[in-house]
Write a protein that binds this ligand. Structure first.
Ligand SMILES: Cc1cc2nc3c(=O)[nH]c(=O)nc-3n(C[C@H](O)[C@H](O)[C@H](O)COP(=O)(O)OP(=O)(O)OC[C@H]3O[C@@H](n4cnc5c(N)ncnc54)[C@H](O)[C@@H]3O)c2cc1C
Length: 448
């Protein structure tokens, strides 16, 4: 590749904090808030115009159950629960399956709630701000270079959390990432008005049958209600296959193709649906929904067996019960694998479903799994902790832990870990994990 040399230059140091969180999804904001509650000055950098990541810019409005698979034991608390309670006061949450089930959020309200959380905790927000490069001094991260309307500038901190989803900061620091032989495909989410006017018309079946006329695969998708908007559904019906969302050119192609696919589904419904049907596009996600890119090597790699056999850890910082959920990378279809030893595979042109066992039942099947702190600690940089979907997990484990009720907990753990590191003048890997768990529990997290 041809190159040109960018001249060296001084950039203004615009902010100094105890902790700088790079990436402002709920993962990043929850890291910032937990650290601020323990007395740290915190900055959070987000490239979009709002906080929330996939939950807001990506429009993904489902937070899964806070309970174990029996539905009887609550295994998740912390800021996920606090934010749900705050959204309830604005009628911005519904629980379609009843108590113990998953939550559907009004993600526009979530944007404002996250703004308020950031402001209440005096976290310094940097929106419309793109993390660009690290500055390393004596083997530790000293600052990050960011770009925004005020051009290139530096933010210095004592501790850093990489919550960029893709692990951009970790990658720039030269930390090893795991090669992925396949990536779950991305989806453009859309809010569609008027699907209720289609009556009994089975439009997903029509998409399977007539999709090729509109350049669509016979895809598997999902969708559902949005609190307070009875005539609008959030839909995630199509995938863009064979895309690496951490590559700028592929990301650009996939954004455009994802939006085209939403329009194609609507055109198909208009052609084959009942004449009285009135549908309209209410909103397109501001950002393509990227499910999987790189994962960073940390002190421990969580495995599928760890998750599916419910392995417990003395340094556990998160609990989850969401199933393994793998969107097939090479074409339409999905595999769900459950903690009770069953699995459900949906694939092929007709998207036929098959339910079978992947293992025999255990004397006592696990009802939840855990994420150890070690899977967030890359080790090679003393003042960096990972949070979110870049955590160290193999393909199967990742496909369960990737959901937001889990990634939110990794953010909270990263923020508390950074606070302990600052308070005790320690490297992230020196933190006493008993104290980490105790501090997390004192702040409302469920530690089992
Ligand atoms: C289509 C789709 C449907 C899904 N469905 C569900 C579901 O129903 N329920 C569920 O719980 N999970 C679901 N998931 C998974 C879940 O949304 C993600 O795994 C989770 O949000 C990952 O969290 P994260 O914080 O690691 O990443 P993200 O939410 O992607 O957050 C990363 C943040 O960092 C910012 N950022 C990235 N790079 C930079 C940079 N260089 N500078 C500044 N900021 C940067 C981004 O803008 C973003 O805000 C779905 C995912 C997709 C794509």
């Amino acid at each position: 590749m041809n190159t040109i040399r960018e001249p060296a230059r001084d950039v203004p140091l615009v902010h100094e904090a105890d902790l700088c969180v790079v990436g402002g999804s709920c993962t990043g904001v929850f890291a910032a808030v937990r650290a601020a509650r323990l007395g740290l000055s915190v900055a959070v950098i987000e490239k979009q115009n709002c906080f929330g990541g996939m939950a807001t810019a990506g429009a993904v409005n489902v937070w899964h159950s806070l309970h174990d698979t029996s539905g009887e034991r609550r295994i998740i608390g912390g800021l996920t629960r606090e934010v749900i309670e705050r959204l309830k006061k604005r009628d911005a949450v519904i629980v379609p399956g009843g108590p113990g089930g998953s939550f559907r959020l009004n993600t526009e309200e979530l944007k404002i709630e996250l703004d308020e959380l950031v402001q209440e905790h005096e976290v310094r927000p940097f929106l419309h701000t793109f993390y660009a490069a690290p500055v390393v001094e004596n083997g530790a991260l000293d600052a990050v270079i960011v770009e925004n309307k005020n051009r290139r500038q530096a933010i210095r901190a004592r501790q850093f959390v990489d919550a960029t989803g893709d692990g951009d900061l970790a990658l720039d620091l030269g930390l090893p990432s795991h090669e992925q032989d396949s990536l779950q495909p991305p989806t453009t989410c859309a809010k569609i008005y008027g699907l209720g006017t289609l009556g009994d018309f089975d439009w997903p079946a029509a998409v399977r049958e007539h999709g090729p006329e509109f350049g669509l695969d016979p895809d598997w998708g999902w969708g559902g209600d949005i609190p307070g908007l009875p005539d609008i559904q959030l839909r995630a019906d199509t995938h863009v296959f064979n895309i690496d969302g951490s590559d700028a050119d592929q990301l650009t192609r996939a954004e455009i193709e994802g939006r085209r696919r939403v329009r194609a589904v609507m055109d198909l419904i208009r052609r084959y649906g009942p004449p009285e049907g009135t549908i309209a596009l209410a909103d397109l996600a501001a950002a393509l929904g990227v499910r999987e890119t790189r994962r960073i090597a940390a002190l421990y790699r969580l495995t599928g067996d760890d998750v599916l056999y419910g392995r417990r850890y003395s340094d556990a910082i998160a609990n989850g019960s969401y199933r393994v959920d793998i969107h097939h990378s090479d074409g339409p279809g999905i595999t769900f694998r459950y903690l009770d030893g069953t699995e459900r595979v949906i694939r092929g042109r007709g998207l036929s479903a098959e339910t079978r066992r992947w293992r025999e039942p255990l004397p006592q099947d696990p009802t939840f799994y855990q994420i150890p702190f070690r899977s967030l600690v890359p080790g090679l940089v003393p003042n960096l902790v990972l949070a979110g979907r870049m955590l160290d997990a193999d393909k199967t484990a990742f496909s369960a832990v990737r959901v937001m009720v889990n990634t939110n907990q990794t953010g909270e753990a990263a923020g508390v870990a950074a606070a302990l590191a600052v308070r005790n003048g320690q490297c992230i890997q020196e933190i006493e994990t008993k104290l980490l768990r105790r501090t997390l529990a004192e702040g409302g997290s469920v530690m089992l």
